[in-house]
Design a protein around this ligand. Structure first.
Ligand SMILES: [Zn+2]
Length: 83
C-alpha cells in the first residue's frame, strides 16, 4: 500500500508518542481515582486545606471553612460541590 509510506524514524516517533499518551491518560485516570473517594462522602463534609493540605471535617460550614491547623480559610471549589 502506497498510503502508508512512513519511514522508520517517523514510525518510532509515532510509537513513542502514542505509548506516552497512553501512559499519560492512564496516569490521569488512576490519579483521579485515588483522589476522588476522599471527597465522595455525603454524610461527612470533608475539607482539604489549600494551604497546609490538612484534611478535616466541618459540617457546620458549606461555603467557607476555617482550617483547624493553620487557621486559613478554605473555599469549596465548584467541581467539588458538583459531585
Ligand atoms: Zn490548613
Amino acid at each position: 500500500m502506497t498510503v502508508f509510506r512512513i519511514d522508520v524514524s517517523t514510525a518510532i516517533f509515532l510509537y513513542i508518542m502514542s505509548s506516552l499518551l497512553v501512559i499519560f491518560v492512564l496516569w490521569i485516570f488512576f490519579e483521579k481515582k485515588a483522589v476522588l473517594p476522599k471527597f465522595v462522602r455525603p454524610e461527612a463534609d470533608v475539607w482539604e486545606c489549600a494551604i497546609c493540605a490538612y484534611t478535616y471535617v466541618d459540617s457546620t460550614h458549606h461555603e467557607i471553612s476555617q482550617c483547624p491547623q493553620c487557621k486559613s480559610y478554605n473555599k469549596k471549589s465548584l467541581e467539588e460541590r458538583l459531585l
